[in-house]
Design a protein around this ligand. Structure first.
Ligand code: FPP
Length: 228
């Protein structure tokens, strides 16, 4: 969800106003995905690197997240949305964590859509954590090195049990992956739009999904094999 700062700068507003408008895009996109029937939506809301931002900006982001969780709980319940978080959520302040865990608990039986928030998330950090957990199990004699397949490895990631993403959308025109779901996006289709996140709403999502439908996903095979 990139481009909040630039959206604000273009309007001579402070960056926090950009994040606030970005939270409106989050509301619109979550609703739209639920209506369309998307099974899993993962939003990169806060990276491990984002802790280096000015304290005021971090505090504002925490508050926005807390307000969002509180205000959207009833809608998540009505629309059968389950909330989950991936990342080092334990680094979040206690008050935010309490609200986050509360919403995750209350929505845990919902099955219409999974809304995954990547919070204090880093793809490399996630892979290192998984490797550490696997090493500990091998040392304890609970796992044999030859049992470590791609499928087994993926069970040690935050996204355990979830399908890999089909489509990765990056806003604000940046042509990089920025440490997002590094393992999981191996075969994801990538769409980069110049639109800044606060201006990204359901109409554009819909156009991108139509573009995605036309792509041929080969997963390493040939075009002829896919057509069979
Ligand atoms: C990146 O834009 C955006 C973030 C670091 C924060 C994303 C947060 C929100 C959209 C709002 C709160 C989230 C939820 C889930 C309610 P940037 O600040 O790096 O923008 P720039 O590159 O233009 O400076």
């Amino acid at each position: 969800m990139d481009g909040n700062g630039r959206w604000a700068k273009k309007r001579s507003l402070n960056r926090i106003r950009g994040h606030r408008e970005g939270a409106e895009s989050v509301r619109d996109i979550v609703r739209a995905c639920r209506e369309i029937g998307i099974e899993v939506l993962t939003l990169y809301a806060f990276s491990t690197e984002n802790w280096q931002r000015p304290k005021q900006e971090i505090l504002a982001l925490m508050k926005l997240l807390k307000d969002f969780l509180r205000s959207e709980l009833s809608e998540m319940m009505e629309n059968d949305i389950r909330l989950n978080a991936i990342g080092q959520v334990g680094r979040f302040p206690g008050d935010v964590l309490k609200v986050l865990r509360g919403v995750m608990d209350k929505t845990q039986e919902n099955s219409g859509m999974l809304l995954n928030l990547a919070l204090s998330y880093g793809g490399r950090d996630e892979i290192v954590m998984a490797a550490g957990r696997i090493a500990a199990e091998v040392r304890a004699g609970q796992l044999e090195p030859k049992e470590i397949t791609e499928k087994v490895f993926s069970n040690y990631l935050y996204t355990q049990g979830m399908p890999d993403p089909d489509l990765l959308i990056r806003t604000s025109g940046e042509m990089r992956v920025s440490n997002f779901l590094l393992w999981q996006i191996a075969y994801a289709e990538i769409y980069v739009t110049k639109t800044l996140w606060p201006d990204f709403r359901r109409e554009e999502l819909s156009r991108i999904l139509h573009d995605y439908e036309k792509r041929e996903r080969r997963f390493g095979t040939t075009g002829e094999q896919v057509k069979k």
